[in-house]
Design a protein around this ligand. Structure first.
Ligand SMILES: *[C@@H]1O[C@H](CO)[C@@H](O)[C@H](O)[C@H]1NC(C)=O
Ligand SMILES: *[C@@H]1O[C@H](CO)[C@@H](O)[C@H](O)[C@H]1NC(C)=O
Ligand SMILES: *[C@@H]1O[C@H](CO)[C@@H](O)[C@H](O)[C@H]1NC(C)=O
Ligand SMILES: *[C@@H]1O[C@H](CO)[C@@H](O)[C@H](O)[C@H]1NC(C)=O
Length: 140
């Protein structure tokens, strides 16, 4: 639809035109089978995850390349925390549910929390503050 053009200009402002959003909380965006929240403020990884948990969601879990493309399109110019963390740079990255990350994309840097940036995925220390993205299945 014609909305596609508007979305590329205002990446965080509008709901996806192709998916009904009535199953997502107010202000969240529906895409395929998930609801997403893109924050307007910057917090550390732990605060961001707790914020998501208060909506029965988590920092975003990325299950496909298509989903990655959607997130990169909507995040605008800002770095956003995602749902991958590790104890230290010797430990494996884990998703929010505890599953070890299978390295389907590269995570740059030596930090303990992962975020999307303009190049791909990078990592920061637990105290650094970024915007964040929450996700949860539609209807949960
Ligand atoms: C989160 O889930 C619990 C248990 O299913 C429910 O009681 C609560 O209302 C949900 N909270 C939100 C914000 O959806
Ligand atoms: C790695 O995980 C992603 C999503 O979590 C999945 O799409 C992909 O097939 C997995 N790759 C391997 C090699 O298991
Ligand atoms: C945990 O989340 C990842 C990413 O969505 C997924 O690939 C994996 O299957 C999940 N593990 C379990 C036990 O649900
Ligand atoms: C994360 O931020 C919260 C408040 O926004 C603060 O209480 C907490 O100490 C911070 N954690 C780290 C590791 O900086």
């Amino acid at each position: 639809t014609h909305n596609t053009h508007t979305i590329s200009i205002l990446p965080t402002a509008l709901p996806s035109p192709s998916t009904p959003t009535e199953c997502c909380p107010e202000g969240w965006i529906g895409y395929q089978r998930k609801c997403y929240y893109f924050s307007d403020s910057d917090r550390n990884w732990t605060y961001s995850q707790n914020y998501c948990a208060s909506f029965n969601a988590s920092l975003v879990v990325i299950d496909s390349q298509e989903e990655m493309i959607f997130l990169r399109r909507y995040k605008g110019h800002f770095d956003h925390w995602i749902g991958l963390q590790r104890m230290n740079d010797q430990e494996p990255w884990k998703w929010i549910n505890g599953t070890i990350f299978n390295k389907s994309f590269e995570i740059r840097g030596g930090g303990t929390g992962a975020y999307l940036n303009h190049q791909g995925v990078a990592s920061g220390t637990s105290g650094s503050e970024e915007r964040w993205i929450c996700s949860k299945p539609v209807g949960k």
